[in-house]
Design a protein around this ligand. Structure first.
Ligand code: NAP
Length: 331
C-alpha cells in the first residue's frame, strides 16, 4: 500500500487545500522494465500551477482524480530493470506518492558527490540549469553591467544573482521581505535589494538601486515588478523571460503598461525560454554549476518541509513566499 495525493479539482484562481486529496492505494505488481521506488524528496515548483489548468502548454495538464507529479528523488526498493539496482537513488518525474511502481525509462541515477542528494532538485538540478542557461545564453552578462533579478531569493533567483556576480556584474535582487533582502546581501553577495511588498514606488526604487540603469533583467515574476524594472532598461538590454509567478493564479486577462515602445526604442531583446530547450547541453551546465559549488563560488539554501502529507502546503507556500531558496518536501 502507498499514500498518494491527487488533483481533486481544477482551481479557479488561487489553489487551496481542497484542490488536493490524499488517498491510499495498493501498488501494482512489478513488471519487466519497471522499478519499485520509495520516494525521499519532492520538489514543488511554480510551473505545477499551470498544469492544474486544462490548457495547452509545454507540458500536458494534470488529470483530475490522478496523482500530481513532479521532480523527485527516490530509492529503488526492487528492480526488474537492468539499469537499476536495489538501494540506488534515482531522479525523475514521479507521482506524489510515498511509493510507486514506474517504468525505469526516463529515470536518472543520482551521482554520489560531496553534496546533499536534494541538491539535484535545486542548484544542480532544474532550477540551477534554468538560472545558468537563461542568464548566460539570453542575458549574456558582461563585467561591469547591472543585472536585476526578480524572485531573487527563490530557487532560480539565488543562482542567477551569484552567477552574475561571478561574471563581474553589479547585482540587484527583488524579493518579498526584508529578511530575504538581508539574506541576499549578507549571504549571497547581492549588491542591493528591493522589497517589492513594502516599496510604494518600485520604478523609483529600481532607479535608485541601479544608478547606471539596467542591462539585464532576469524576469521570474512578471506583473508590476517587471513593469517597474522595464521602465529602467538601458539601450541593448536583455530580458531572459523565465517565469511570471505573479500571474499564475490570475483569472481573466492581466493587463499593464504597453511595454513594446520601450523595448523598441531601446533595442531591447526579450526572450522567453523553457529550460528543456537546453536539454542537450545539460551535462555542460551541471559540470559548470558543480565546479562553482566545489570552488565555493556558488552557495545555496533550501526550505525543507518534513512530511509527505505537507506537499500541498509546501506548494501553496510558493505563492506567498514561504520559501528561501529551493522549496523541498522530505517524505
Ligand atoms: P521560487 O522563486 O523558489 O518560489 C517562488 C517565489 O516567487 C516565492 O518564494 C515568492 O518570493 C515569489 N512570488 C510569489 N508570488 C509572487 C508575486 N505575486 N509577485 C512576486 N513574487 C512572487 O520558485 P523558482 O522555482 O525559483 O521559480 C521562479 C520562477 O521561475 C517562477 O515563475 C517559475 O515558474 C519560473 N521557472 C521557469 C523555468 C523555465 O524553464 N522557464 C524553470 C524553473 C522556474 P517572494 O517572497 O520574493 O515574493
Amino acid at each position: 500500500m502507498a499514500n498518494q495525493i491527487i488533483l481533486a479539482n481544477r482551481p479557479q484562481g488561487e489553489p487551496t487545500a481542497d484542490t488536493f486529496k490524499k488517498e491510499e492505494v495498493s501498488l501494482p505488481e512489478l513488471k519487466e522494465g519497471e522499478v519499485h521506488l520509495t520516494t525521499k524528496y519532492f520538489s514543488v515548483d511554480p510551473y505545477m500551477r499551470g498544469r492544474m489548468n486544462d490548457a495547452k502548454s509545454y507540458v500536458p495538464p494534470f488529470e483530475v482524480g490522478k496523482p500530481i507529479s513532479g521532480g523527485a528523488i527516490a530509492e529503488v526498493v526492487e528492480s526488474k530493470s537492468e539499469s537499476f539496482q536495489t538501494g540506488e537513488l534515482v531522479l525523475g518525474t514521479l507521482p506524489w506518492a510515498t511509493e510507486a511502481v514506474v517504468k525505469a525509462e526516463g529515470l536518472q541515477k543520482v551521482k554520489k558527490e560531496d553534496v546533499p542528494d536534494h541538491y539535484y532538485l535545486g542548484i544542480l538540478g532544474m532550477p540551477g540549469l534554468t538560472a545558468y542557461f537563461g542568464l548566460m545564453d539570453i542575458g549574456k552578462p558582461k563585467a561591469g553591467e547591472t543585472v536585476v533579478v526578480s524572485g531573487a531569493a527563490g530557487a532560480v533567483g539565488l543562482v542567477v544573482g551569484q552567477i552574475a556576480k561571478i561574471q563581474g556584474c553589479r547585482v540587484v535582487g527583488i524579493a518579498g521581505s526584508d529578511e530575504k533582502i538581508q539574506m541576499l546581501k549578507e549571504q549571497f553577495g547581492y549588491d542591493e535589494g528591493i522589497n517589492y511588498k513594502t516599496n510604494k514606488d518600485l520604478k523609483a526604487a529600481v532607479a535608485a538601486a541601479c544608478p547606471d540603469g539596467v542591462d539585464v533583467y532576469f524576469d521570474n515574476v512578471g506583473g508590476e515588478v517587471s513593469d517597474a524594472v522595464i521602465m529602467n532598461l538601458n539601450f541593448h538590454a536583455r530580458i531572459p523571460l523565465c517565469g511570471q509567478i505573479s500571474l499564475y493564479n490570475a483569472s481573466g486577462t492581466p493587463t499593464g503598461p504597453r511595454i513594446q515602445p520601450m523595448l523598441l526604442t531601446r533595442s531591447v531583446l526579450m526572450k522567453g525560454f523553457i529550460v528543456r530547450n537546453y536539454q542537450d547541453k545539460f551535462p555542460e551546465g551541471i559540470q559548470q554549476l558543480s565546479t562553482w559549488v566545489k570552488e565555493d563560488k556558488l552557495k545555496f539554501t533550501e526550505t525543507i518541509i518534513q512530511g509527505f502529507e505537507r506537499l500541498p502546503e509546501a506548494f501553496l507556500g510558493l505563492f506567498t513566499g514561504k520559501n528561501q531558496g529551493k522549496m523541498i518536501v522530505e517524505v
